[in-house]
Each structure stands twice: as structure tokens, then as C-alpha cells.
Design a protein around this ligand. Sequence first.
Ligand code: SAM
Length: 272
Amino acid sequence: MTNHDAVSEGIDPSTPSVARMYDYYLGGKDNFASDREAAEQFIQVLPGIRQMVRENRAFLSRSVEFVARQGVDQFLDIGSGLPTRENVHEVAHRVTPEARVVYVDIDPIVLSHGRALLEDNPHTSVVQADMREPELLLTHPEIDGVVDFTRPVAVLLTAMLHFVPDEAVVTRILTAIRERLVPGSHVIVSHAFEGDVSAEVHEAGQRPYRLTNAGGLTSRGPERLAELMEGLEILEPGVVPVHAWRPASPEDGEDVVIDLTAPGILGLVGRR
Ligand code: SAM
């Protein structure tokens, strides 16, 4: 996409977008100079970020497959990001070909690329909405009309709640979702956690994210994430770095190291 095309679709190429920076970390091509510059600054602070986002995608894949195997056939992926490999519908459709998947994101570029990719897929849709208004989002006609909330749903909030700094808003998001879900539903969360980094490293990591459309990056630890799942049963193995959440094979599990002093992405799955 050229800068000119972007602007005509309401996309601002000059402000780094967290969706496009994430695409850059993953080696994608849907990003502009401003995104690459901010992402490179963050890579200087946290060189492991590219590996971490790949592990986050692998967690998303394993958790969606797990939930689909529990019989859930409706997925609401909030803060879905730009399409990449192993998107939720691809994973879910391997288990249940008719599974319904709704992608939701605030960034217009996600809408534009998502719609182009999914136009021939009758079981998926893409909606632009803001998670900070959870009541509006959950009653949005393009969501409420497609997802049947009287049956189990899996709601994904992966690598997105750290873009919501206000604790009261984050609590409201999880409360609104929980109240909407019937038993058998699942909530899949992953979240940035900075561990025990120094104040200097914290500040250096904040700098590139302050320039973005999200305005910052908020770390939350295992206790806060568990608290957000109140009213849901947190499934084994609990709140762990994403690579340690039900590794794909016992061999993968053998090498798993859990170090909560180091920065990383934590993952957890709750069941209603
Ligand atoms: N969920 C995907 C994953 O885990 O691979 C993509 C994560 S990406 C880092 C975060 C996404 O959250 C971006 O696409 C961003 O636009 C979206 N986002 C940030 N704030 C949001 C909000 N208030 N409402 C909806 N989406 C939001």
C-alpha cells in the first residue's frame, strides 16, 4: 500500500501504529517508515521482541485449537491485528470448518486488509470497533448479529490489553465480556509483562510506544491478570509466559523455562 492509498482509506502513515509495528516484528510487509523506525527503537531495548511475538502467535494458535476441541465454534478476536499466518479462522476451521470468526480492531488498516483477505470466506467478518467501549462493542450489530451469545463463545484479547492503560477500563472490559458469556465460553488473554527491568530500561521501552496511535504500553503481571479473570476458572497451567502454555509436544515442554523476572508476554485461558 502506498502512502497515498493509505491516506485515502483514512490511514495515517506518519504516526506509528501498534498493529503495523507488530506486523514488522513478525516480518510482514504491511508497515510504513514511521512504524519501522519506532519498532527498531524498541528492538534496541528488547532484542527478544521478535521471538516473543512469534511465541505469542503460537500461543494463540494452540489456545484456539484447544478451545475449538472443547466444542466452541464461535470466536470473537478483539484487537486482532493485521492478517498473518495461522489466523484464528484458519486454526479454528481445521477443527470445525463451519466455525464463525469475527475479527475486531480499532485500526482502519486492519479493516482494509482483513476485508480484502476474507471477502470470499462466508464464516468470517471484520469489524472496526474500540474495546474501550465494551458495552457498545458487544452490542454492535455486526457482532451481536453474527455471534450467538446464547451459546459458548471464545473471546480473544491477545497482545492488546497492554494498550489500555486505565485499570478501571480494563476491569470494565473483562466484566462486560464475562457478563455476556454463557457457561462453556472461554476468554484467551496474552499481555506484555516487563518483569524486573530497571527504570532506565522501562523508560527506553516506553519512548517508542508513546509516539504510537496507542500512546503507550502498560505492563501487567500474573496477579493482576488472574484478578481480571475473576468469575472464570483459569485453566492449567495458569498465568505463564506464552511459550509455556501447553507446549505443542512433551519434547517442547522439556526445555520450557519460566522466568518471571525477565520481560515477556504472559498467556492465560479462562473458562466460564
Ligand atoms: N491479537 C493479535 C495477536 O495477538 O497476534 C494482534 C495484536 S497487536 C499487537 C494489537 C492490536 O490491538 C492492534 O491491531 C491494535 O490496533 C489493536 N487495538 C489496540 N487498541 C485497541 C482498542 N482500543 N480496540 C480495539 N483494538 C485495539
